[in-house]
Structures are given as structure tokens and as C-alpha cells.
Design a protein around this ligand. Structure first.
Ligand code: PLP
Length: 382
């Protein structure tokens, strides 16, 4: 694979300051450092200033991306930053033909004092590693993954929204980039990280979600790849998602493939219920993605004195919950106002003084540096 229009391939380097545990980047090429960064195609006013308030959850072309190739021995070698741009593959690339690819997604937030905070990159790196094993791919080490994410964030620092205006979403991607014809793993693999500033995932920011329980089509099945962030998991849910959205729902709630009775998850988020003092969420035993936000919320909730259970939850039980909420890097902790099942709409408590709100504001507080990080979830990168 080569990068289109990147004959220059200028390199950025980083320096690590062990005293304050921060990374800074600099260019070895003065021309590169002086180069005027490219403007965004949208989200800018007439003066070229970013209109952070208008940020949604869509791709914005930022300045740089990071890439790393895998050698035949299965090890990834020295990656580097290049200008953000299109990439070229053989049409026979394994990812394009047979879906051999894994994604990740994590956020960088800007603190009031200007520092950049990265949330649990080691957990995302570990999840990619597990996913890569399932998809028969070599994967970057935890250190290589985290380094790539930091480099990408620092090189795109001007795209990190001001505090309270959003985050820089980093997308790591691991793909079978080499050509294949018969079904088999790719002869070459590529790891990329790129970024986009993001605001809210759902269009109506503070509006509680309305979920549609899908009974016909399933997202995952036992023995499949529902439990990893394979690129092949998302195409099959588009039909149900588009249909639910066209009917006015925010998202789809999927059920288990065997009984069509137990909750699985939403298109890109995990699901929780609250009844009394008990918070419940389905166990991640292969068909459900083990969300990093899910794991963090379980820990926060236990710390706040809630009983948290990871167990099967039937749709019937869900309809009797006091509160329902979703968790994910992109969605945060999102209140569910209603769930529609077999034509009946069930409503749940939302708004002020809810458990969902308390958990969400604690998590956001930690992620944005407003609440002390006692769990060592945050990495300062600038
Ligand atoms: N479930 C699915 C299918 C997802 O795509 C995501 C998002 O990555 C999640 C759950 C939430 O995972 P996390 O909290 O790690 O972002």
C-alpha cells in the first residue's frame, strides 16, 4: 500500500519529557513546520475559525495521520506521521474483499489548563489485540498503539476542541492491506490512526434516546465476532438502523440470536438498566462488545455504592426498569427515555437527579480533568 500524493512523506518526531510525563512533537524539516495547515472543508466560519458549537459526529479532515506496516515476521515496525489523505490499496486487499479488519475509537479531551487528556488507551490497545487474534491478524503492541494515538493527537492538536465543546476522536484501524484471492489472511497488514473533532453522537444533544427493539435481525451470534470490534460487525446492522431512524427512533436495541428475548446491545453502545439500587447490564460473553465505557461505569457505580450485576436481562425485565441508559466512547452515558417493543412504547425516568446523570457526570468529570483521576485512567499527553 502507498499513500497517494505523499511522495514527500515528511516525518514528525516526538520528544518525551519524563519529568512532567508529557509528549511534544517537532518536525525535523523546517519547511514542514512552517507549512500552513490545510483548512477544514466545513465547520468553519468565513474567517476560517472552527465553529465548535456546530460539531456533530462526522468525519472532519484533520492534518496528520499515523501509519505502521507489519513485516512478514508478524511484527510492526517504526511508524510515522504523514499528512492526512486518501490511501491506496490493491482491489484484492483482504480488508476490502473479506473484511479482515479491526477498528478502535477513543477520545482526547482538552482540560481548562490546556493539557490534553487521553482516556484508557491501554484498554483500547488490549481490545484491539484480542480482536486481532480473532481475526487472524498480528497487532501492534500496547506501547506501539498508545504511541500512535499520542502522536496523532499531538500532530492534530489544533483540532482538539476547547473544554466543553467536544473531543478529538481518534480512530485506530488495523487491516489486512495485502492482496488475496482465495479466502485466507492477508500477506501484509497496516495499522493506521487518524482523528476527527467530534461533538455529540446523537443529533438531539440532551434529548433522551428512543430505542427500537429489533426482533427479526440479529447483530451477533455465539461463536461469531460480536465480542470484538471487527469492521464486519457494522455493515449488517445498517439496514435495521436506517429503518429505525426512518421511523423516528434514535437507535436499535438488539436481542440475542437464540431466544430473541435477552438484551444484547445498541449499534455502537452497551446497555444498562436500573431498578432500585441495582444496576444491571448483559454479560460480555462473546456476542457483546466489552465496552471500555461500560467497564468504567461499572467501576464508578460500584464505588458509589450501587450493586452492579452482569447477567442476562429479558426485554420484559427491561420494560419494568426505573432507568435505562447506554454507554460508549462516542455516545458517553446516554439516557434512554423510551424503548418500543412489539408496538408498545415503554418510558423511563430521565433528567435531573437520575443515576444515569450522576454516573455520566462523574465519568465526564474524570475524562475532562474536572474530577481527580484516582484510578489512573487518564494519560496527560501535552
Ligand atoms: N458496542 C459496540 C458495538 C460499539 O461499537 C461500541 C463502541 O465502540 C461500544 C459497544 C462501546 O464501547 P466503548 O465504551 O469501548 O466505546
Amino acid at each position: 500500500m502507498r499513500f497517494k500524493s505523499l511522495s514527500f512523506q515528511r516525518r514528525l518526531q516526538t520528544s518525551f519529557n519524563s519529568k512532567d510525563k508529557t509528549y511534544r512533537y517537532f518536525s525535523s524539516n523546517p519547511a514542514f513546520a512552517l507549512q500552513q495547515p490545510r483548512k477544514a472543508s466545513y465547520n468553519e466560519d468565513e474567517n476560517g475559525e472552527m465553529e465548535w458549537e456546530k460539531l456533530g459526529f462526522g468525519p472532519v479532515s484533520t492534518d496528520f495521520m499515523y501509519s505502521m506496516k507489519c513485516c512478514e515476521d508478524g511484527n510492526f515496525v517504526q511508524g510515522n506521521l504523514t499528512h492526512y489523505g486518501n490511501i491506496e490499496f490493491s482491489p484484492f486487499a483482504a480488508v476490502l474483499n473479506y473484511g479482515q479488519g479491526i477498528i478502535e475509537g477513543l477520545k482526547v479531551n482538552r482540560k481548562e489548563d490546556g493539557r490534553l487528556l487521553l482516556f484508557r488507551p491501554d484498554q483500547h490497545a488490549l481490545r484491539m489485540k484480542m480482536g486481532a487474534q480473532r481475526m487472524c491478524m498480528p497487532s501492534p503492541s500496547i506501547h506501539q498503539f498508545t504511541h500512535a494515538v499520542k502522536q496523532t493527537a499531538l500532530a492534530n492538536i489544533r483540532w482538539v476542541p476547547p473544554p466543553g465543546k467536544g473531543s478529538l476522536y481518534i480512530r485506530p484501524l488495523l487491516i489486512g492491506s495485502g492482496p488475496v484471492l482465495g479466502v485466507g489472511p492477508a500477506p501484509e497488514f497496516m495499522f493506521l490512526t487518524y482523528a476527527s473533532p467530534v461533538g455529540n453522537y446523537f443529533k438531539q444533544d440532551k434529548t433522551p434516546l428512543s430505542l427500537y427493539v429489533e426482533e427479526e435481525e440479529v447483530r451477533a451470534f455465539s461463536g461469531g465476532v460480536g465480542g470484538v470490534k471487527s469492521v464486519s460487525n457494522y455493515g449488517p446492522v445498517l439496514k435495521t438502523l436506517v429503518r429505525a431512524k426512518s421511523l423516528g427512533f434514535s437507535d436499535v436495541l438488539y436481542l440475542d440470536s437464540v431466544n430473541k428475548k435477552y438484551l444484547e446491545e445498541v449499534s455502537a453502545a452497551n446497555i444498562f438498566t436500573l431498578k432500585g439500587n441495582v444496576i444491571s447490564t448483559p454479560p460480555t460473553s462473546g456476542t457483546i462488545l466489552p465496552g471500555i465505557t461500560r467497564k468504567s461505569i461499572i467501576e464508578i457505580a460500584r464505588g458509589l455504592g450501587f450493586q452492579v450485576e452482569e447477567r442476562s436481562i429479558s426485554v420484559h425485565e427491561l420494560t419494568e426498569a426505573d432507568e435505562v441508559f447506554c454507554t460508549g466512547t462516542a455516545v458517553g452515558v446516554a439516557a434512554v427515555g423510551s424503548v418500543t417493543y412489539r408496538g408498545t412504547r415503554f418510558e423511563f425516568k430521565v433528567g435531573e437527579n437520575t443515576v444515569c446523570q450522576a454516573l455520566g457526570s462523574t465519568l465526564v468529570g474524570i475524562q475532562t480533568g474536572l474530577i481527580e483521576d484516582k484510578k489512573e485512567w487518564i494519560i496527560n499527553i501535552h
